[in-house]
Design a protein around this ligand. Structure first.
Ligand code: UD1
Ligand code: MG
Length: 486
């Protein structure tokens, strides 16, 4: 062991090969989602944040699915064929750190709440332990402590159940880590837990990684056992406490997942609130990772903002709305119980209550889409209104159009979808059926209740219904005719 440390160069190993037995799921554990993204996404993000030389993923159980979700071209994937424990997983990546003169940061793939900043601090801490300045004949020089083999990130948990407990000497040096299942009652009483994040000086780790044994309660090769092996060689492993224990949550069950998701959700909500959004009853509001809010957005209870969604300044979102992968402009009102997906709503429009907008719909500024109106794959022009009970699908609707209550674009003939074009300032009478393909011209009018099957020229009226008859005093006549029983 005559290596010399050469500073903060770091590679990251992310452990993501496990089955996640405790999840009782067909889906690999690290692919279960927290606020719409797989757990492994957040771990990867934090790892990237420290700008490491390389990120190595250890994959195994359903590895193709896991690799696809990670979707990183520059990363390295190492396969662990059998999941024999975290130590065995790290050993599978040995070729990437054996000859590396730098640090290896190992992190469990089931820690979605860990922050990049915390990882960065850990690397700096390791570096500070290794390198220290001193005076030599009056000049400041850098010394290196070659005994330092690594740092374990720990946390104090109110309820440490399930975690490995950290056994230390009086100087923050870790003697060993004991797993819950191997721990004595005294050891179980320790509240300082192993977070599952470690930094090792790579060549030291390489020297001991193949010496792990599985003589423990789970018959697994534990990465935590390298600490004992390093100590035997006279090396030191130190500990660094993560101040916020929630960052250290390891997700082993679906209940852990729910707790982690709630914590992250509240973190995002407080972030947005502190950046100028009003959030009423945050316990009920759901905002995913790729959502962006401008200032003075106001969000009422039970709102879900999902996927890549942007909300413009001054926009109000009333209760029970779901907005996914959509862009909402400024001062828009999304009224209660509205669902918007894959669409764009421009400034000052009003949508809802009880509207559904989907499939690449574009609603221009000041348009009004009202009660029980569904709009699919359509464009709705400026100031156009469709206030009640309509279906508008595959339509191109101009500016200042009025769409009466109950209007339906009959876009599907049982085989194909067809387009409806409604030009500027047209007036569509209530309960019009527009049988597509069809065009209604500028300023054209359709009579209420008409089934329109032919194009309507500009400014024309199209009516399709039988003429109304009036029969005076019919009620009396009818009584006589029928000879009603008195
Ligand atoms: C581990 C630690 C424990 C620590 C806890 C923190 C060990 C032995 N125990 O326990 O001290 O308190 O994390 O959350 O390390 N994995 C593989 N291959 C395997 C086994 C696991 O890649 O053969 C991966 C899993 O996919 C997972 C990570 O390693 O992402 C941790 O495994 P897990 O089974 O969750 O370990 P814990 O029991 O939580
Ligand atoms: Mg775990």
């Amino acid at each position: 062991m005559g290596h010399i440390h050469s500073g903060e160069k770091t590679k990251v190993i992310i452990l993501a090969a496990g089955k996640g037995t405790r999840f009782k799921s067909e889906k690999p554990k690290v692919l279960h989602e927290v606020l719409g993204k797989p757990m492994i996404f957040y771990v990867s993000l934090s790892a990237r944040w420290i700008n490491p030389e390389q990120i190595i993923y250890v994959v195994g159980h359903k590895k193709d699915q896991v690799k696809e979700a990670i979707n990183c071209d520059r990363c390295v994937y190492v396969e662990q064929d059998q999941q024999l424990g975290t130590g065995h997983a790290v050993a599978a990546a040995k070729e990437y750190f054996r000859d590396y003169d730098g640090y290896v940061l190992i992190i469990n793939g089931d820690m979605p709440l860990i922050k990049g900043e915390t990882l960065k601090n850990a690397v700096s801490f390791m570096d500070a332990l290794v390198r220290y300045e001193g005076a030599n004949l009056g000049d400041m020089v850098l010394y290196k402590n070659e005994n330092i083999a690594g740092v374990v990130l720990t946390a104090y948990m109110q309820d440490p159940t399930g975690y490995g407990r950290v056994i230390k000497d009086g100087q923050h040096r870790v003697l060993r880590i004991v797993e819950e299942k191997d721990a004595s009652p005294q050891e179980k009483a320790i509240k300082e837990i192993n977070t599952g994040i470690y930094i090792f000086y790579a060549p030291y780790l390489a020297e001991v990684i193949d010496q792990l044994e599985n003589d423990n309660a789970q018959s697994e090769y534990y990465i935590t056992d390298v600490i004992r092996l390093l100590r035997k060689k006279g090396k030191e492993v130190h500990s660094l406490i993560i101040p916020d224990p929630t960052e250290a949550i390891g997700v082993n069950t679906r209940w852990d997942l729910a707790r982690a998701e709630n914590i992250m959700r509240m973190q995002y909500l407080s972030f947005w609130a502190l950046n100028g959004a009003t959030i009423h009853n945050p316990e009920t509001v759901w905002i995913e990772f790729d959502v962006d809010l401008s200032k003075d957005v106001e969000i009422f209870p039970n709102v879900m903002l999902r996927g890549t969604t942007q909300i413009g300044e001054g926009t109000i979102i009333e209760p029970n709305c779901i907005i996914k992968n959509s862009k909402i402009g400024k001062n828009v009102k999304i009224l209660a119980n509205t669902i918007i997906e894959d669409s764009v709503i421009h400034d000052n429009a009003v949508v809802g209550p009880f509207s559904r907008v989907r499939n690449n719909t574009v609603i221009e500024s000041q348009a009004v889409i009202g009660n029980f109106v569904e709009v699919k794959n359509s464009s709705i022009g400026k100031r156009t209104t469709a206030k009640h009970l309509s279906y508008i699908g595959d339509a191109e609707v101009g500016n200042d159009v009025n769409i009466g209550a109950g209007t339906i674009t009959c876009n599907y003939d049982g085989f194909k979808k067809h387009k409806t074009v409604i030009k500027d300032r047209a007036f569509i009478g209530s309960d019009t059926m527009l049988v597509a393909p069809i065009t209604v011209g500028e300023e054209a009018i359709t009579g209420s209740g008409s089934v329109i099957t032919k194009d309507v020229p500009d400014k024309a009226l199209a009516v399709e219904r039988s003429a109304q008859k009036i029969i005076p005093d019919y009620a009396e006549k009818r009584k006589k005719e029928k000879g009603a029983d008195e």
